[in-house]
Ligand binder design. Structure first.
Ligand SMILES: Nc1ncnc2c1ncn2[C@@H]1O[C@H](COP(=O)(O)OP(=O)(O)OP(=O)(O)O)[C@@H](O)[C@H]1O
Ligand SMILES: [Mg+2]
Length: 590
C-alpha cells in the first residue's frame, strides 16, 4: 500500500494545477464568450428584479395606483422571463463546455499514457491510471462545467449585488462590508486543507482501483490458491482507507458550510434589524428596505455558493494535479528530433554491437553483457539459455522498449536509437510468449496485425496460421467474441491467432518467443507448421524451447547470464557446449 508521504510532493500555490486546463478551454473560446454573454444578461435581469420590487412597493402600494402596480408587475415578469431564458442558455453552454473539456482531457491523458515506455508501467499500476482517467476527470468536469457556471454567476451577483446595496443604502451596506472578510477568511483557510485531503482521498481511491485491477486480472490464480478471502480483506482495507480520508475531507467541507452559512445569515438578520429600525425612524422607505433585503439575500446566497464551491474547486485542483502528472510524463524513449528514416521494407540485417544493459530497478546486475551478434537478412537464429539468461531482454532492446547503457543495435546499418520507435516497430513482428488478445471478435484480433487489412486478407492469414479451421468452428465464426483477454480460447489457439496476426503484418523481421507451456501433439504440429510458414523469407530471431525449432535453424545462440556463450548448429553445440548439451537434454528431451 502507498505511504501517505506520496501525497506530499512539493507543489506550487493552491490553484496552479487548474492552469493546466487553460489550453483545453482555449479552442472553445467562442462558446465561453457566448456563455459569458448569457451570464451577463441573466445576472442583469436578476439584479433588476429588486428594483422592480421597490417601485412596486413604494409607487404602487403606497400610492394605491392600479396602473402603476400593473406596469411594475409587467416589468417584474419581463425581467424574470429574460432571466430564465438566459440562465438556461448559460447553463447549457457552460455544461457543454465542461463535458467537452473533460472529454478532450481524457483523450490527452490516455494518448500520453499509451505512449509511455515499459519502465513507466513497472512503477505505475494500470488500475491507478484508470482511476485517474475516470474519477479525477469527473472531479474536474464538475468544476469546469456547472462549477464554472456557479462561480461566474455568483461572483457577478455578488459584485453587482454589493454595488447596488451601496447605492440603495450606503449606511446598511457599510455593515454588510464589515461582514464579508469575516466570511471569506475562514473559507480560504479551510479550503486549503480540503484540497490536500481531497488529493489524499483521490490517491486512496486510485489505490483501491489498482488493487482490484491486479486481482481481477489474475482471477484464476486467486481462486486456485483460494485467496478470495485474503484479497477481499486487502481490498476492504484499501476501501476503508479511502473512506477514512473521504470522511476527513467531508468534515472539513461541513465545517466550511457551517461557518459560511451562519455568518451570512447572521449578517442578513442583523442588517434586516437595522433596516427595520431605519424604516420605523422614517429614514428609509419600505420599498428601499425590500430592495435592500433582496440584494442582501442575493449577496448572501452568492457568497454561500462560492464558499461551498471553493471546496469543490480545491478538490478539482487536487485532481488536476494528479492528471497533470500524467499529462507531463515524458516517455524515456522517443524519436530524436532529426530522426533517420527506414525504407518501407528493410532487408532485415540486424547487428547487436557490444550491448550492455541493466534494468533501472536492478542496477547492479547486467541483464545483457557485451552482447554481440550479427544476423544476415532472411536468416533464422535461435536463442536458447536458462531462465533469466536475458533472452527476452534482447528482444525488448531490439524493439527499443529500453535504452542500452552502452553499445548499439543496427538494422540495415541504421542505428535504432536514431530512428522513430514507431518507424522501427513497423518493421518488426512479435509473437510473444504469452499471446495477448483483446475483447473483440477473432477477425478484429487478427486485424491488429494490420488494421487496414481486408476481411479476405485476414482469412488468408488465418489459413496460413492453421487458425482458420478452429475459427470457423466457433459459434459465430470470425465474428465470435473472444472474451476479455481471449479467455475463451485455448493456449494453442491463442498462439495461432498471434501467428496469424504476424503473418498479416508481414514484417521483414520476426521476433518469436516460443511459449514454454507444452501443447498437445496435434496443436504442437499445427503451431509448428504455422510458424514455419511465417519464418520463411524473413529475418527471424526465435527464443526456442522446442527441439523441432532448434534443429531447423541456421544458427543457435547459447546465452547465459546476459552473455553469449557459444554459437553453432545443434549438432556442433551438443558436442562442444556442456550448457547446451544439458539444456537440450532437459528442455528438448535429449
Ligand atoms: N522489467 C524488468 N526489471 C528488472 N529486471 C528485469 C526485468 N525484466 C527482466 N529482468 C531481469 O533480467 C534478467 C533477464 O531476464 P529475461 O526476461 O531477459 O530472461 P529470459 O532469458 O527471457 O528468461 P525466460 O526464459 O525465463 O523467459 C533476469 O534476471 C530478470 O530477472
Ligand atoms: Mg523470457
Amino acid at each position: 500500500m502507498a505511504e501517505p508521504d506520496r501525497t506530499e510532493r512539493p507543489r506550487g500555490r493552491s490553484l496552479k494545477p487548474l492552469q493546466t486546463l487553460i489550453p483545453f478551454i482555449r479552442p472553445y473560446r467562442g462558446t465561453l464568450v457566448a456563455a459569458l454573454t448569457a451570464l451577463l444578461i441573466a445576472s442583469g435581469a436578476m439584479l433588476a428584479l429588486p428594483i422592480a420590487l421597490r417601485y412596486l412597493i413604494d409607487n404602487g402600494f403606497i400610492a394605491q395606483d392600479v396602473g402603476t402596480v400593473n406596469r411594475y408587475f409587467g416589468w417584474f415578469l419581463a425581467a424574470a422571463l429574460v432571466f430564465s431564458v438566459f440562465a438556461a442558455l448559460r447553463y447549457y453552454l457552460v455544461t457543454w463546455l465542461g463535458e467537452r473539456v473533460v472529454a478532450d482531457l481524457r483523450n490527452a491523458v490516455y494518448q500520453r499514457v499509451i505512449g509511455m515506455d515499459p519502465a513507466f508501467f513497472e512503477v505505475t499500476r494500470t488500475g491507478e491510471v484508470l482511476s485517474r482517467l475516470t474519477t479525477d476527470t469527473t472531479l474536474v468536469q464538475s468544476i469546469s462545467g456547472v462549477g464554472l457556471s456557479i462561480a461566474l454567476r455568483s461572483s457577478l451577483n455578488l459584485t453587482g449585488g454589493l454595488l447596488l446595496l451601496v447605492l440603495t443604502s450606503p449606511q446598511l451596506a457599510a455593515y454588510t462590508l464589515v461582514g464579508i472578510p469575516a466570511v471569506i477568511l475562514p473559507v480560504i483557510l479551510v479550503g486549503r486543507r480540503i484540497r490536500k485531503l481531497s488529493r489524499q482521498s483521490q490517491d486512496r481511491i486510485a489505490d483501491t482501483s489498482g488493487l482490484a485491477g491486479e486481482t481481477l486480472n489474475a482471477m484464476q490464480t486467486v481462486q486456485a490458491f483460494t485467496l478470495e478471502k485474503l484479497q477481499a480483506r486487502r481490498y476492504a482495507a484499501a476501501v476503508n482507507a479511502s473512506f477514512i480520508t473521504a470522511v476527513r475531507r467531508i468534515k472539513m467541507n461541513a465545517l466550511l458550510t457551517v461557518i459560511a452559512t451562519s455568518l451570512v445569515f447572521a449578517s442578513i438578520t442583523f442588517i434586516l434589524w437595522m433596516g427595520s429600525r431605519a424604516v420605523l425612524a422614517g429614514t428609509m422607505t419600505g420599498g428601499q428596505l425590500g430592495q435592500f433585503l433582496m440584494y442582501a439575500m442575493m449577496v448572501g446566497s452568492s457568497a454561500a455558493a462560492l464558499s461551498s464551491l471553493w471546496g469543490e474547486i480545491q478538490r478539482a485542483a487536487g485532481a488536476m494535479e494528479r492528471l497533470s502528472e500524467l499529462l507531463n510524463a515524458k516517455p524515456a524513449i522517443c524519436a530524436p528530433v532529426d530522426a533517420e528514416h527506414l525504407p518501407a521494407k528493410v532487408s532485415g540485417r540486424i547487428r547487436f554491437e557490444h550491448l550492455a544493459f541493466r534494468y533501472a530497478s536492478r542496477p547492479d546486475s547486467l541483464a545483457l553483457d557485451d552482447f554481440n551478434l550479427e544476423i544476415r537478412p532472411g536468416e533464422t537464429v535461435a536463442i536458447v539459455g536458462p531462465s533469466g539468461a536475458g533472452k527476452s531482454t534482447s528482444f525488448q532492446l531490439l524493439l527499443r522498449f529500453y535504452e542500452a547503457q552502452s553499445g548499439r543495435i543496427l538494422i540495415d546499418d541504421n542505428e535504432i536509437s536514431r530512428l522513430d520507435p514507431l518507424d522501427l516497430r513497423k518493421q518488426i513482428g512479435l509473437v510473444p510468449q504469452e499471446t495477448v488478445l483483446f475483447g473483440e471478435s477473432a477477425l478484429e484480433n487478427i486485424r491488429y496485425g494490420r488494421p487496414e487489412a481486408s476481411v479476405e486478407e485476414v482469412k488468408q492469414a488465418a489459413l496460413l496460421a492453421a487458425a482458420d479451421e478452429f475459427i470457423t468452428g466457433l459459434p459465430d465464426g470470425y465474428d465470435t467474441f473472444l472474451g476479455e483477454r481471449g479467455t475463451r480460447l485455448s493456449g494453442g489457439q491463442r498462439q495461432r491467432i498471434a501467428i496469424a496476426r504476424a503473418i498479416l503484418k508481414d514484417p521483414p523481421i520476426l521476433l518469436l518467443d516460443e511459449a514454454t507451456s507444452s501443447l498437445d501433439a496435434e496443436s504442437e504440429r499445427l503451431v509448428q507448421a504455422a510458424l514455419e510458414g511465417l519464418m520463411k523469407d524473413r529475418t527471424t530471431l526465435v527464443i526456442a524451447h522446442r527441439l523441432a525449432t532448434v534443429k531447423k535453424v541456421d544458427r543457435i545462440v547459447v546465452m547465459n547470464s546476459g552473455r553469449i556463450e557459444a554459437v553453432g548448429s545443434h549438432e556442433e553445440l551438443i558436442q562442444s557446449n556442456p550448457l547446451y548439451a544439458r539444456l537440450a537434454e532437459l528442455q528438448f528431451g535429449g
